[in-house]
Write a protein that binds this ligand. Structure first.
Ligand code: C2O
Ligand code: CU
Ligand code: CU
Length: 452
């Protein structure tokens, strides 16, 4: 679905659907019968009108993760509830100054988010922009990769809600190991979304470096050469790949990564050392215990095949200037942790509190800049996401970061502190920040923010 004459107008229906996944019919939740949902595409200045119908048996809503639009009304109100059988209109305009990049639409009604995302809901929302006009990028072979795992073979997900549930089938665009062909000598532009409930992807392409050109919905100033790319749930990225002159096939791999884990022994929480011999071993730990998502060997996600021949293309040197933000007027601290609450079991907490939609946790003034120091004192990694206003990461554990980039979701590994700088702009209203392992969000790791 692409906008025409300044308007992106569509019907979107959430419903149950039997979809073939890796040759097996699987019952999923779909948007318009598709998993992933249809790709939507618009440009700054366009009006977006989504006539939504909820044909699920539970309530739901839609969040436009990564779009800088009002968190209120018919735009991006995550407190809105669309009951089973109801229709609703979403209508908003994409601001003229909006950067081009990848956004991600998905359900966001607290209490239902994790199940609905794990069940299959979600889709890409592309905003076209200045990056698309750079000649080398225009000439590159554009490939969309929507990374998502599903529960198919087992009746139970691989891990419990506390660890964050992962499905046993990992797909790209709903397919197992799809193949993408790239003209030999040309550039490939991979546009990636981690649309999983809890699974992390540590991506590497065999024998090729990746050139990072955009993080979340925003271009970088210059490409950054990387050997691998870690994407936690909710994060997006774009990379260029320099194609070989000869034909060949290369696997896009998902390398092992431990996002931390915990177990309960004698009722206590145990910390596992990352990468070293820990108190908790690898492998199954028995009923009632939680595991991390260690995979022992790389998985193949997709295959890039170089075919044909084009004029050699090179990586562009200059992209889109990233704004330098002024010093903050306010600095706040956020601590991510978990704890046992008698009668409630395990809860996930931000500054000692579990989510309450009626409480305002953070009040900010529009047209100010704030630094947030987010620390993770728990035993599992948490991808921290703020709605409406993107931010820049300033430092990790007190060390400045190597390059400036906009983000809306940033990984806070266990034991680390990340300092982010946020300009609050344009839109008053109430919205949220939370862990994007959606089971953790459901278990309480979400706070409310009011901007005025
Ligand atoms: Cu992608 Cu609050 O969500
Ligand atoms: Cu979001
Ligand atoms: Cu988390």
């Amino acid at each position: 679905y692409t906008s025409k004459d300044g308007l992106l107008d569509l019907e979107l229906e959430a419903s149950y659907r039997q979809v073939n996944l890796d040759g097996k019919p699987t019952n999923l939740l779909s948007y318009n019968g598709q998993v992933p949902g249809p790709r939507l595409e618009a440009k700054p200045g366009d009006i977006v009108r989504i006539r939504f119908k909820n044909n699920l048996s539970d309530p739901t809503n839609i969040h436009y993760h990564g779009l800088h639009i009002p968190p209120t009304g018919n735009a991006d109100d995550v407190f809105r509830r669309i009951d089973s059988g109801e229709s609703a209109l979403y209508e908003f305009s994409i601001p003229q100054q909006h950067p081009g990049g990848i956004a991600y639409y998905h359900p966001h009604l607290h209490g239902y988010v994790a199940d609905q995302i794990l069940g299959g809901l979600g889709g890409m929302f592309i905003v076209r922009g200045a990056l698309d006009e750079i000649p080398e990028i225009q000439a590159a072979e554009q490939t969309f990769l929507f990374l998502k795992d599903f529960v198919v073979e087992q009746r139970q997900p691989m891990m419990g809600r506390m660890a964050g549930r992962e499905g046993d089938l990992v797909t790209v665009n709903g397919q197992v190991n799809p193949s993408f062909s790239i003209p030999a000598g040309g550039l490939a532009r991979l546009r990636l979304v981690n649309a999983s409930n809890a699974r992390f992807y540590r991506l590497a392409l065999e024998k090729h470096p990746l050139y990072l050109i955009a993080t979340d919905g925003h271009p970088l100033s210059t490409p950054v050469e990387i050997q691998e790319l870690l994407l936690s749930p909710g994060e997006r990225a774009e990379v260029l790949v320099q194609g070989d002159q000869e034909a060949g096939q290369y696997r896009l791999l998902n390398l092992p990564y431990s996002r931390g884990q915990m177990g309960m022994m004698g009722g206590g929480m145990m910390r596992r050392d990352r990468g070293g011999p820990g108190m908790m071993g690898r492998g199954r730990m028995g009923p009632g215990m939680m595991e991390g998502n260690d995979q022992d060997s790389p998985q193949t996600l997709a295959t890039l095949a170089y075919t044909g021949q084009v004029e050699p293309q090179s990586i562009p040197q200059q992209l889109i200037e990233v704004e330098t933000l002024p010093e903050p007027q306010t600095v706040r601290q956020f601590e991510l942790d978990h704890g046992m609450v008698p009668g409630q079991g395990m809860v996930f907490l931000i500054n000692g509190k579990s989510f309450d939609h009626q409480r305002i946790d953070t009040q900010v003034s529009l047209d100010t800049v704030e630094d947030w120091e987010v620390s993770n004192t728990g035993v599992m990694d948490h991808p921290f996401h703020l709605h409406t206003n993107p931010f820049q990461v300033i430092a990790r554990n007190g060390q400045p970061v190597p390059y400036q980039a906009w983000k809306d979701t940033v990984l806070i590994p266990t034991g680390e502190t990340v300092r982010i700088r946020i300009p609050f702009r344009d839109f008053p209203g109430k919205t949220v920040y939370h862990c994007h392992i959606l089971d953790h969000e459901e278990l309480g790791m979400m706070g409310t923010i009011e901007m005025k």
